[in-house]
Design a protein around this ligand. Structure first.
Ligand SMILES: *Cc1c(COP(=O)(O)O)cnc(C)c1O
Length: 403
């Protein structure tokens, strides 16, 4: 019973865990997509996109939502709308998907990398403040995996230094920080609806803002100069000369998929939060393991991934977290190291060494290269029994591998 599956013992999950496939499928969505197809109204700011913008803003209790092609151009457009110029510095955390930092370079601005907090794995507010120079114009805190950046401290520091705040919400659809939804606290929120995200339409993204002026800019910059809400072909006042307006529109198909998902978001986030809390209790009690802390003031913490950290000092000599992950996988729990790297060392990072600056990164490097293990969000959607078995697997592996 205690022999690890990796050594030929019985697996904790003799049958594979009953994980929901991702993204989830709703029959009513398929009907809606067929109707859109047959109706030939596929793009150009159609009724589904307008409805999604309205409902996504309403859900997040924010004034405006502006859909765009993906969660990378949302960052670019947010910075453009906020007036980021070539040579300006934008502060980003060391641990995030590479788009957060790379988007800064689309404006010929300079990403300045700062360290993360050891508990939440999100941007360390003190490291952020220490990295501010006269060239700094904006900061992009990322609400990472299953936590929220400390928005109280980040907003306070940003306001003190007159910096714009873009929340990267690609992992956190529906999180609530001290009564406010993610994406409604900073100047602009940036969401991704890519295939793997909590809300997924294959590709897609969106910006949120409480400012009418920014909403107009975000709309124009992403819809070839039309003011937000205008249809292709409508007679409108032209955009400001030099504003560099892109076409980053989405299609009606994506908006229809997301409209259905939005109806399930609260229920699914609540279920994942409940299972996450149970797992946290069990896993935090295992010596050598700890779970990424949820947002310090998160009333509801959404989860893109469930992140567990193993302290290598607790492992038998010669063992690393890769052995722990391999043993978990053999038990039937798919733990992985996600991107495997801090932002600026990811395989596809294409920013030249002289185009960005690393201000601090010690905690990020220590944790990313030695400690973090991730499970997909579907692991938070198992039955009570199977959720318990996930914790059993962690216990079993650590009991065998602890020094
Ligand atoms: C996925 C992701 C993005 C980019 O979103 P895309 O829609 O894939 O372009 C940005 N930031 C973070 C933290 C992400 O995980």
């Amino acid at each position: 019973m205690n022999t690890l599956a990796v050594n030929g013992g019985k697996k904790v999950f003799e049958q594979p865990a009953n994980l929901p496939q991702w993204p989830q499928i709703y029959p009513e969505t398929a009907d809606k997509i067929k109707d859109i197809y047959l109706g030939r109204r596929w793009g150009f700011y159609g009724p589904c996109e307008a409805e999604f913008n309205y409902k996504f803003a309403e859900y997040n209790n924010v004034k405006h939502s502006i859909m765009m092609a993906n969660g990378t151009v949302t960052l670019e457009i947010a910075m453009r709308a906020l007036g980021v110029k070539p040579g300006d510095e934008v502060i980003v955390p060391a641990h995030t998907w590479l788009a957060t930092g790379q988007a800064v370079t689309y404006l010929n601005a300079v990403p300045v990398v700062v360290d993360i907090e050891p508990d939440t794995l999100c941007m360390d507010p003190a490291a952020f403040e220490a990295a501010i120079t006269p060239k700094t114009v904006a900061v992009i805190p990322v609400h990472l995996f299953g936590s929220m950046a400390d928005m109280d401290k980040i907003m306070e520091i940003a306001r003190k230094h007159n910096l714009a705040v873009i929340e990267d919400c690609a992992h956190t659809h529906g999180s609530i920080w001290a009564g406010k939804y993610a994406g409604s606290i900073g100047d602009v929120g940036s969401f991704s609806f890519q295939q793997s995200k909590i809300m997924a339409s294959g590709e897609g993204g969106g910006c949120t803002t409480n400012s009418d002026e920014l909403a107009d800019k975000l709309g124009r910059l992403s819809h070839i100069g039309y003011p937000f809400g205008a249809k292709q072909g409508q007679k409108v006042a032209p955009p400001e000369p030099g504003s560099c307006c892109h076409n980053y529109r989405v299609t009606e198909f994506q908006a229809a998929i997301l409209l259905s998902q939005l109806e399930h978001l609260k229920e699914d986030n609540d279920l994942r939060a409940k299972n996450a809390a149970y797992l946290r209790k069990r896993i935090d009690a295992i010596p050598g393991l700890r779970v990424q802390s949820p947002g310090r003031r998160a009333d509801l913490q959404a989860y893109y991934s469930y992140t567990v950290l193993v302290d290598p000092a607790y492992l038998k000599p010669g063992l690393t977290r890769h052995d722990v992950m391999a043993a978990l996988q053999a038990e039937g729990v798919n733990a992985n190291d996600m991107w495997g790297h801090v932002m600026y060392r990811q395989n596809l990072w294409s920013v030249a060494p002289d185009q960005f600056r690393i201000e601090s990164c010690e905690t990020a490097e220590k944790l990313v290269y030695n400690q973090t293990m991730h499970m997909a969000l579907q692991y938070l959607m198992l039955s009570e029994k199977e959720t318990g078995m996930v914790a059993d697997a962690f216990e079993k592996v650590m009991n065998a591998y602890r020094a």
